[in-house]
Design a protein around this ligand. Structure first.
Ligand SMILES: N[C@@H](CCC[C@H](N)C(=O)O)C(=O)O
Length: 277
């Protein structure tokens, strides 16, 4: 079966996007891994499947699969690419869209500037909602990782994040420590591990070792989680510019109980067809 796809990216976090509105598409974890493979497939960090929703209070549903084949709850850079995709494909002409994801409804909006602003919902911190194994809720938690004892904040942006502050992002052991945090036994559903360097109260540098994809050039939900974790600890003030290796995002958060707003670009790279076996 031949499937049309669009290759997109948000700050270098790249996606293979399928139109599941006009054609019925079901992907197995093995098929996702093959599509995402950078040598034998198209290559991407995540696969996005745009579908009709059965709910009448939303415009679409979109599903997200990591490069390792696992379906996940949320994707910030993907949300911006999703909006650009449904507009470019003529699936809607509404600038503001309500979208069902596995972890709830988000509201992306295409701005006149061409950037996309997404209401990513209210962040959650209770250990059970991450999920993270802890006796009680705290601002940060000590975590034993191999020989190291690190201090992390945990945030759910619909998907799970651990955020660690470092002094120098360039020398941070993102690969080794990121992989160890991702599969730490205190995160029963694994976790995205963010390494944040605070530059000023309104600027951070961020690298994220993503669950199911390894380090990516940018992570939208990771940027939201890092900004929120920094604001809660009084290191940061909204708005926060998040400088990733793929470019910049702006995150706004008015504090507990408020939704996180993320603004950034979404780009189409090319269109193609692939044989799904
Ligand atoms: N790149 C994404 C996050 C994708 C999902 C994540 N790896 C997870 O497993 O939760 C983003 O931009 O937010």
């Amino acid at each position: 079966m031949k499937l049309h796809f669009t290759k997109m990216h948000g700050l270098g976090n790249d996606f293979v996007v399928f139109d599941g509105v006009r054609q019925a598409i079901a992907l197995t974890p093995e098929q996702c891994r093959r599509i995402a493979d950078r040598h034998f497939g198209v290559g991407c960090d995540q696969i996005l499947l745009v579908e009709k929703s059965t709910r009448d209070d939303v415009d679409f549903r979109y599903r997200i699969f990591n490069a390792d084949g696992g379906e996940v709850e949320q994707c910030g850079n993907g949300a911006r690419c999703f909006v650009r995709f449904v507009h470019d494909k003529g699936l809607t002409d509404k600038p503001a869209i309500r979208v069902e994801t596995a972890s709830g409804v988000i509201e992306p909006r295409l701005l006149d500037s061409g950037l996309v602003k997404v209401n990513m919902g209210v962040p959650r911190f209770a250990p059970g909602e991450i999920p993270f194994v802890a006796n009680a809720e705290a601002l940060t938690y000590p975590l034993e990782v191999g020989q190291h004892r690190i201090e992390i904040a945990v945030v759910s942006m619909g998907n799970p994040h651990a955020v660690l502050r470092v002094n120098d992002l360039d020398s941070a052991p993102v690969d080794i420590l990121g992989a160890a945090i991702e599969s730490h036994r205190r995160f029963p559903q694994r976790v995205n591990a963010g390494f944040m360097q605070v530059l000023t109260p309104h600027d951070i540098r961020l690298r994220v070792y993503e669950r199911g994809a390894g380090e990516t050039l940018a992570c939208g939900t990771g940027a939201c989680a890092a900004a929120v974790a920094g604001i809660r600890q009084d290191w940061l003030q909204s708005p926060v510019s998040v400088h990733t290796r793929g470019g910049d995002l702006v995150i706004e958060w008015a504090g507990p109980g408020h939704a996180v707003l993320m603004t950034g670009p979404a780009e189409t790279v090319f269109e193609g067809e692939l044989e799904l076996t």
